[in-house]
Design a protein around this ligand. Structure first.
Ligand code: NAD
Ligand code: 4PL
Length: 247
């Protein structure tokens, strides 16, 4: 299927996990994919795996100068981003008693403000090109569940949902849609290497469908939201978690 032929998609946090699966899926659907991450080694490996349709460019999404450079390089190498996937985030496991101001500010700076910085740059260019655009943010069902050990993260994800709702209203007139996909627990590289890996039994008990969530479960729905089939969907939050929470 080549439903994304001609598209230029930027995927942040694409060196591993869910972002890597999204980059692979969008490329398989015909898009040119900018594989971006703070991990400059990881993106090279992912881009090599994808092949000709991938361009690896490193950037820290919380650094405005690095993001400006990222977009300058994208503009020099492509016709410009029409599809933005805000996936990069820190996924912490920090008990409430250990949540201090430094942790809070770091999580908000990357997960919420980083999303703003990248979206500001991408949507300004989408508007200038006067072509339709897509913004898809990766949220989390922790915003609905109030999952423990992630208070700052849950707050940032709620912020992303609020931001996307408002931005959808502002950008609808330019034919740019803005949506959030909220995954449940997914067996990503990051989760496998963290205490979250111990939560699968509990999460599966709550899920309507059984099994461990995989990055591809998310990537397949991102491809739909990026496609023309989803052109009438904007300002929405789509929960993808095997029915763990219903909202
Ligand atoms: P992961 O930790 O495996 O991968 C995240 C990637 O983001 C890493 O490659 C990391 O280097 C990159 N990153 C971190 N900070 C960055 C920065 N400042 N600039 C650029 N890149 C940065 O995580 P994952 O599990 O694949 O999560 C991907 C997305 O899905 C995140 O938004 C996360 O919040 C969300 N999510 C994950 C789960 C889950 O259970 N895995 C559930 C719900 C939502
Ligand atoms: C249900 O977004 O959605 C753990 C870690 N459990 O990051 C998440 C659930 C985690 C989640 C998440």
């Amino acid at each position: 299927m080549s439903r994304l032929e001609g598209r230029v998609a930027l995927v942040t946090g694409a060196a591993q996990g869910i972002g890597k699966a999204i980059a692979k899926r969008l490329a398989a659907d015909g898009a040119t994919v900018i594989v971006s991450d703070i991990n400059s080694e990881g993106i090279k490996a992912v881009a090599a795996e994808i092949g000709d349709r991938a361009i690896a460019i490193a950037a820290d999404i919380s650094d405005p100068a690095a993001v400006a450079k990222l977009f300058d390089e994208i503009d020099a190498k492509t016709g410009g981003v029409d599809t933005l996937i805000n996936n990069a985030s820190i996924v912490p496991f920090v008990a409430w008693d250990d949540v201090d101001l430094d942790h809070w500010q770091k999580i908000i700076a990357v997960n919420l403000t980083g999303t703003f910085i990248v979206t500001r740059a991408a949507t300004d260019r989408m508007r200038a090109r006067k072509a339709p655009g897509r913004v898809i943010c990766i949220g989390s069902n922790t915003f609905f569940a109030g999952t423990p050990n992630m208070a700052a993260y849950v707050a940032a994800k709620g912020g992303v949902i609020g931001f996307a709702r408002a931005l959808a209203t502002e950008l609808g007139q330019y034919d740019i849609t803005v949506n959030v996909l909220t995954p449940g627990l997914i067996e990503s590289d990051g989760v496998k290497a963290s205490p979250h890996n111990n939560a699968f039994e509990f999460v599966e008990m709550l899920q309507a469908k059984k099994g461990k969530g995989q990055p591809e479960h998310i990537a397949d729905v991102v491809a739909f939201l990026a496609s023309d089939d989803a052109r009438w969907i904007t300002g929405q939050t789509l929960n993808v978690d095997a029915g763990m929470v219903r909202h």
